[in-house]
Design a protein around this ligand. Structure first.
Ligand SMILES: [Zn+2]
Ligand SMILES: [Zn+2]
Length: 636
């Protein structure tokens, strides 16, 4: 008999040679049905593979990320098997599972969407046959023989370290070189769909041959697959790159300006400026002081801060001027630290909260860049708070309250807090043990005192200290890391910051780095998708469009617009020589919150006929009533 222990601590005895599937069946048929794979002593394991002896066993289902991964990995095998059946000359390379999809890079003649149906039909055929998926250990020589006609697999094989067991997975008469694990049979894959095809180079190297990267996704039921496909459609419609273009918010000129360097168009600049002015005002009320610093600094500044040593790969290469090296700033902290050092500080001056919408530059791989969410130049709503150690927890709690206030105003109600701690294995951090201990304690006690639900993630800390991140879920349920606040004992040490305490002695302040938006670029990108471009009134670049019915109503339209502008509202008049229905359709497509239609009746009464976004008729309104309505709503 072997002793099998479970994650809950219970232990059961099973006959020698039992598999995880046997164990699941002994527990109950429902679990056996739901199980996809297993973890044995922490190692991924096929359901049908005999257990090695006494062990700990975790059964994985669709609810576990690792279970879904195995499901998608087996789906990519099913797709590869279908492709090989239809295109026998195709050469398979690698096919990993992703978060919610899978792909396989295949050396084959170009395919298109038109070929998907045929491949899917073949996949369905193999799934219906419910072919057992069999793990087989083979010698290296055997594997070389089996894959002798596939140079890619031979390369993959050569990369497997000597001494590691080589395995193949068979289903029907098809097999693949693969570490596994896999589902027990192809029939487990219930619903799947090919999503797209793209060109990809072998090993990501443009000197190599272009392969076909086939993407697909799979779910345990047709219903779940349909829901996922619907979400994908919705996400496509909300894509901020698409909406950014359609709504005239931003552009990117990769050829001349450079990739990852967005240019904000007037409407986007108004949106961003509205966010900036609002947060600046909120911060002034809360005792923040504005500062402005340049975009470059001497390399020496970042040698002192340590960024030059720990963060170099994220920085642009230095430029030389009069024999001195300068870099584009990757972070704003050292500049703000120099402002702190500019004059002697006393305990009475603290906390000192320096704030700047500071633009920073970081080197990101071209392939990683995407719209506003992954860029090379971005502006952080940055602040560095210098405080006494006894003020730290209180100050940290104030920052958390500010971040929650910001999210609330923007209707981002669904978020979670994540405490990012050091990866104990890594050497990418600066600072002392004591500093890390104190700052970690400060964050945890602030979070506790606020009763903030949070998760803890090792390895997510900043270079100089632990942090609290806010991960926001958008309207489609996708998560984005936005606001952040971080505690830092390290940089004050490296820059030898001081203040005079009430005892007349010199002491070292603590720093908090914080940014409620994170980066303006990313934040606006997320907002665009969250609102699907239909921003609340106070953020809308154009809040109201005045639509004259005929030319003779232009004068009244201009009058209405000028009165609304006087009241501080952002208004445009559509004087195009088009039908009123067409003008309304344009305003709707621009997602303008309100339309004021003016014709004979309105010119006579001096008012407007108001329409709301989404084709709502709001009836006749006097100009005064309109101003009041819009003012109330944008202040809300
Ligand atoms: Zn595989
Ligand atoms: Zn900082």
């Amino acid at each position: 008999m072997i002793r099998v222990s479970f994650p809950d601590g219970s232990v059961k005895e099973h006959p020698d040679g039992s598999s995880p599937l046997d164990v699941a069946e002994a527990i109950g048929p429902r679990l056996a049905q739901a199980a996809l794979a297993a973890q044995v002593d922490g190692q991924m394991w096929d359901l049908t593979r005999p257990l090695p002896g006494d062990c700990t066993l975790r059964l994985l289902t669709w609810k576990d990320a690792e279970g879904r991964e195995v499901y998608r990995h087996s789906s990519t095998h099913l797709m590869a098997q279908a492709v090989k059946a239809l295109y026998p000359q195709a050469k398979l390379t690698v096919g990993p599972p992703l978060e919610d999809r899978f792909y396989y890079d295949i050396d084959m003649p170009p395919v298109s969407d038109a070929d998907f149906e045929q491949i899917e039909a073949k996949m369905a055929e193999f799934a219906r046959q419910d072919l057992p998926i069999v793990r087989q250990e083979v010698s290296r020589e055997e594997a070389q023989r089996l894959f002798s006609d596939d140079k890619y697999k031979l390369e993959v094989l050569a990369d497997i370290p000597v001494g590691e067991t080589v395995t193949i997975y068979k289903q029907g008469d098809w097999f693949d070189l693969c570490r596994g694990p896999h589902l027990p049979s192809t029939g487990k894959i219930k619903a799947f769909k090919l999503l797209s095809v793209a060109g990809a180079f072998w090993r990501g190297d443009a000197h190599n041959k272009q392969l076909q990267r086939l993407y697909g996704t799979s779910y345990p039921s047709q219903k779940e697959l349909d829901e996922h496909l619907k979400r994908l459609e919705e996400a496509k419609a909300r894509d901020h790159r698409k909406l950014g273009r359609e709504l005239g918010l931003f552009m990117i000129s990769p050829d001349l300006v450079g990739p990852g360097l967005p240019l904000w168009l007037p409407k986007g600049a108004i949106l961003r400026g509205t966010l900036e002015s609002w947060l600046k005002e909120v911060q002034l009320e809360r005792g923040y002081l504005p500062v402005i610093t340049p975009h470059i600094a001497k390399v020496d500044l970042y040698k002192t801060s340590g960024h030059w040593y720990q963060f170099r790969e994220n920085m642009f290469a230095p430029m030389e001027e009069e024999g001195v090296e300068y870099v584009l700033k990757p972070v704003n902290c050292p500049h703000h630290i120099m402002i702190y050092k500019h004059e002697p500080r006393s305990y009475r001056d603290l906390p000192l909260r320096l704030a700047e919408f500071g633009t920073t530059y970081r080197h990101e791989q071209t392939g990683e860049l995407s719209g506003l969410t992954r860029v090379r130049g971005f502006t952080v709503d940055d602040s560095h708070i210098f405080c006494r150690p006894d003020q730290l927890v209180d100050e940290f709690k104030k920052v958390v309250a500010l971040i929650m206030f910001v999210f609330d105003r923007l209707g981002l109600q669904d978020f979670r807090a994540r405490v990012g701690l050091r990866d104990p294995e890594s050497s990418k951090y600066i600072g002392t043990e004591e500093g890390w201990k104190l700052s970690t304690e400060a964050i945890l006690s602030a979070v506790r005192e606020l009763g903030l639900e949070h998760t803890v993630a090792e390895g997510e800390a900043a270079m100089y200290g632990p942090k609290l991140d806010f991960v926001v879920r958008d309207a489609l349920g996708r998560e984005w890391q936005l606001g952040t606040c971080q505690v830092d004992y390290s940089l004050p040490e490296r820059f030898e910051l001081e203040y005079t305490g009430s005892d007349g002695q010199k002491h070292r302040p603590v720093m908090i780095h914080r940014a409620p938006f994170g980066s303006l670029e990313r934040f606006v990108g997320v907002l665009i998708e969250h609102f699907a471009g239909a921003f609340p009134l106070w953020l809308s670049p154009v809040q109201l469009k005045v639509i004259p019915i005929a030319d003779r109503h232009n004068e009244h339209a201009q009058y209405v617009a000028s009165e609304l502008k006087k009241a501080g509202l952002r208004v445009e008049v559509d004087q195009d020589n088009a039908k009123v229905g067409a003008k309304i359709a344009i305003a709707e497509s621009q997602k303008v919150p309100y339309m004021a239609v003016v014709g004979d009746k309105e010119a006579e009464s001096g008012g407007v006929s108001l329409r709301g976004r989404g084709r709502q008729d709001l009836g006749a309104l006097s100009l005064e009533a309109l101003v009041e309505k819009l003012r109330d709503e944008s202040a809300a």
